[in-house]
Design a protein around this ligand. Structure first.
Ligand code: FAD
Length: 414
């Protein structure tokens, strides 16, 4: 017998939650999306953890997941605001102290990754959800508890909404929760009380801080590299890397001709630079040749004003509980960002999950079997991509320069 209309709570309206809601809506489910933040499309909302938004590498994994959502025009509108990155541009200095750039293409056939603004991608996904009759977007609500047997969840209303006469806590019933609430997932925390979930969390001794390279200024040609073009201070079609044995600086292009950059360095380096801000510029000049000039005079201010954030890696198993809950995206497998696949893998989770729903009956028993099959398939994949991300840290900050790497490249080219 067919299930009645499935009531689905999506907790977290980030990229993964918004895509999951689109997939659920397409199947006729009654969907409610809850996010603790205000609506991202309200310009006054500061993205969680970021000063504006970060640029991410969108790969085929993420593209395929959006394509298969069935949402009209979604992929076209997302791709319209992306920039192709055909390879890495490794920046350095030769023995005479002149700046060098080495383009290392990702693919001999010209395939590429795309630079995408996380906030813009998220907004596009929310826009596609907005008009759907079976979707309700509820912002400023934080999940505080869930009973996965009685199928009830509790949300705290946040911010100015609190002052109204409405109750501060709301109780919502559900058939299934899709937990897409990020690395510090509340859904995962509550689900752990019901399922024997193995859980592993680690922080690496590396912090990150965001910087911005402004667009090229026609009156100043000194702060550009040889590959600069189209109003960008360096090549817009590469992911730029300044590798060193201990630190790394990267830059990803944005459609406004800026670059969103990230400094990755050990916590001790951050502590040293924070204690001696006058040394920030010389640290950059020594470690990342050319980067200080690309950023410009507010390099020190950017380091001091932008947050210094940790990097977490999470593995857990299983990712679901019976027919009533499943975690996706960073909630299930937050990873260090060095493989550029965190969000992409989260979007792929959605595609894989719904392929299992589609191949099982639309009953609670069918849903439980689909979730079981999903965890069985997805947990090993999530662990593997997590390990690859950790391994790619070495590749990006040291491997791109090592003799072994260069030798391997020569052999590949031969
Ligand atoms: P999130 O983006 O964390 O969204 C979770 C949502 O849940 C948020 O909106 C939050 O407000 C909401 N929420 C949290 N708790 C609750 C609650 N209790 N109740 C209700 N709502 C809640 N990935 C890539 O694919 N490519 C890259 O190039 C890349 N680069 C990165 C660079 C850096 C420096 C970092 C830090 C990450 C990078 N990532 C990259 C990873 C990527 O940012 C994440 O994997 C992605 O944002 C995860 O999406 P998500 O929707 O699962 O979680």
């Amino acid at each position: 017998m067919a299930d009645r209309k499935t009531k689905c709570l999506v907790v977290g309206g980030g990229p993964v939650g918004a895509l999951a809601a689109l997939y659920a809506a397409k199947r006729g489910w009654e969907v409610e999306v809850y996010d603790l933040r205000r609506d991202l499309r309200d310009d006054s909302t500061t993205p969680l953890n970021f000063t504006k938004s970060i640029n991410l590498a969108l790969s085929q994994r993420g593209v395929n997941a959006m394509r298969e959502s069935g949402a009209d025009g979604l992929l076209d509108s997302v791709l319209a605001d992306t920039i192709p990155m055909y390879g890495r541009m490794v920046h350095g200095e030769d023995s005479k102290g002149s700046l060098t750039e080495e383009s290392q293409l990702y693919d001999v056939h010209g395939r590429y990754q795309r630079a995408v603004d996380r906030g813009a991608l998220n907004k596009t996904l929310l826009d596609h959800l907005e008009g759907l009759p079976n979707v309700n977007l509820i912002f400023h609500h934080k999940l505080t508890g869930a009973d996965f047997n009685k199928k009830k969840a509790w949300f705290e209303r946040k911010g100015s909404d609190k002052s109204s006469d409405r109750p501060k806590e709301v109780e919502v019933s559900f058939d299934i929760i899709l937990g897409c609430d990020g690395a510090h997932s509340s859904v995962r925390y509550h689900m752990m009380k019901y399922v024997r979930m193995d859980y592993e969390q680690s922080y690496i001794d590396t912090l990150w801080c965001e910087f911005t390279i402004p667009p090229a200024d026609s009156s100043d040609t000194t702060a550009t590299t040889a590959s600069a073009k189209d109003g960008f201070r360096t090549s817009p079609n590469h992911l730029h890397i300044w590798p060193t044995p201990n630190d790394m600086f990267i830059a990803i292009p944005s459609i406004d001709r800026t670059f969103t950059c990230t400094l990755f360095a050990p916590s001790a380096t951050f502590a040293e630079l924070s204690a001696h801000p006058e040394s920030i510029e010389s640290f950059f000049r020594t470690s990342f040749p050319g980067a200080a000039d690309l950023i410009g005079p507010d390099l020190q201010t950017q380091f001091q004003q932008n947050p210094h954030l940790p990097l977490i890696s999470i593995k857990c198993s299983p990712h679901h509980y019976t027919a009533s809950g499943v975690i996706l995206g960073d909630a299930a497998h937050a990873m260090v960002p060095f493989y550029g696949q965190g969000m992409n893998a989260g979007l792929e989770d959605v595609r894989v999950l719904f392929s299992h729903f589609d191949s099982h009956p639309t009953t609670p028993a069918g849903r439980a079997a689909a979730l079981e099959a999903y965890s069985t398939e997805r947990v090993p994949d999530a662990h593997t991509i997590n390990d690859l991300a950790m391994g790619n840290y070495w590749e990006m900050h040291a491997g791109v320069r090592s003799t072994w790497y260069l030798l391997r490249k020569r052999v590949e080219e031969f």
